[in-house]
Design a protein around this ligand. Structure first.
Ligand code: SF4
Ligand code: SF4
Ligand code: SF4
Length: 410
């Protein structure tokens, strides 16, 4: 581990153990992908910030609620919602809509997209579905993969490293950066849906909302604590950079101004006396609430790969996949793999693409990475999600019983 694993400006120490509540039971350690939790059995435990990914898996699985987040934007968001000169854009991740209903007495896993749109609209948010941005991510990531595949097949210089890794999970990205920096060229250069959404909301969105970008306040609603760390990365101010290049002269702002977890959005609605369970459904207020099914499945393990394969199939063969659901990459096996054979119209030959999907990263990723390091990996494209089951079981989701309430519903 290097001396510091954070860039200036990044949120550090997001997840903390409250010493007064910790019983030293050791339960958290088994959920930590990086062995970042120290402490003897029976003694108060602590987290090594430099090893921590801010994934929140320890937090949702601590039986004594002794693990807490140190950063909350709740008060700031409420102030911005009350400010008539600010347009507050709520960016809603796919996994939030199947979990937030739990906080309002609805059934586990109940899909509440329309009610959540309605409740957030009532609170004053413009609705920006992160699925819209997930569609953009998959177009970028799928196109990049095809480019690398073709360039490698033709033996071009600077063809791009294979296998290509997905880049939408900040826990995984930080794991790779801190432990396997030599493999960073394998990471897709596509931004995550959260970051795509923030950039679009403050560039093209500024025209849609008829607002100056500096008066747009983007709030992403995520199943994930690590997304707070991602949003704070200093390089994620692309909209500001774009506007500076086009004549603006304003202080720097981030693409995403605030991240609320699913739990925090439920808290915000309750603070504003909005009962999601009894809110009329709302369809959204712009094209930013339109999306395909490919964006929706980002929230579960295998979803990104399935969406990418659909895109790659269309681009490579010129036809849609005959069967849209791609079963081999679904389910909860730690590492799932599949081969897809298709006729590549650009190369004018049959090609076989080998893909792998990894979740519950702490328990499953190491053998996969060792093969890539050794040059013996059979794969061309690998999806990696830190949390067991993917984002539906993220560290920002409602806590039910011992946590991991989502696994039974996948
Ligand atoms: S699970 Fe909670 S109580 Fe148990 S050691 Fe970890 S922080 Fe302490
Ligand atoms: S937040 Fe994630 S990486 Fe950090 S200590 Fe907890 S489980 Fe480990
Ligand atoms: S799997 Fe999803 S919820 Fe978990 S750390 Fe990655 S992005 Fe966040």
């Amino acid at each position: 581990m290097t001396a510091t694993t954070y860039q200036p400006g990044e949120i550090q120490g997001l997840i903390k153990i409250n010493a007064s509540k910790c019983k030293g039971c050791d339960a958290c350690k088994q959920f930590c992908p990086t062995h970042a939790i120290n402490g003897a059995s029976g003694a108060v435990h602590s987290i090594d910030e430099d090893k921590c990914l801010s994934c929140g898996q320890c937090l949702i699985n601590c039986p004594f609620s002794a693990i807490e987040e140190t950063h909350s934007a709740l008060e700031t968001v409420i102030k911005k919602l009350a400010d008539k000169n600010t347009t507050v854009v709520g960016i809603i991740a796919p996994a939030v809509r199947v979990a937030i209903g739990e906080e309002f007495g609805l059934g586990t896993g109940e899909l509440v997209t329309g009610k959540l749109y309605g409740a957030m609209n009532q609170a004053g948010f413009k609705i920006f579905d992160c699925n819209f941005a997930a569609d953009l991510t998959i177009m970028e990531e799928g196109s990049e993969f095809i480019h690398r595949l073709h360039a490698n097949a033709k033996g071009e210089e600077n063809a791009g490293a294979l296998p290509q890794f997905t880049s939408c999970c900040p826990g995984w990205v930080r794991y790779l950066e801190t432990r396997y920096p030599a493999l960073l060229p394998n990471l897709s250069t596509a931004k995550s849906p959260q970051q795509m959404a923030g950039t679009v909301a403050k560039t093209y969105g500024a025209k849609v909302y008829q607002m100056q970008p500096e008066n747009i306040f983007t709030v992403s609603v995520m199943p994930c604590t690590s997304k707070k760390l991602e949003a704070s990365r200093p390089e994620f101010n692309s909209a500001w950079q774009y506007h500076q290049e086009h004549g603006a002269n304003t202080p720097s702002y981030q693409d995403i101004d605030a991240v609320l977890t699913t739990r925090e959005m439920a808290q915000l609605l309750k603070m504003l006396d909005i009962d999601l369970a009894n809110t009329p459904e709302y369809q959204g207020d712009s094209l930013f609430s339109e999306y395909t099914g490919a964006g929706t499945i980002f929230g579960t393990t295998g979803g990104v790969m399935e969406a990418a394969l659909r895109t790659a199939h269309k681009v490579l063969t010129g036809t849609e996949m005959a069967k849209l659901e791609f079963e081999p990459v679904r389910g909860l096996k730690g590492v799932k793999s599949a081969s897809v054979s298709l006729f590549d119209t650009e190369l004018n030959q049959n090609v076989t693409v080998n893909v792998a999907v990894v979740h519950d990263m702490g328990n499953n990723i190491e053998p996969v990475l060792r093969d890539v390091m050794a040059g013996t990996s059979p794969y061309h494209f690998i999806e990696v999600m830190n949390c067991a089951g993917g984002c539906v079981n993220g560290g920002g989701q409602p806590i039910e019983g011992k946590g991991s309430s989502w696994l039974g519903n996948i």
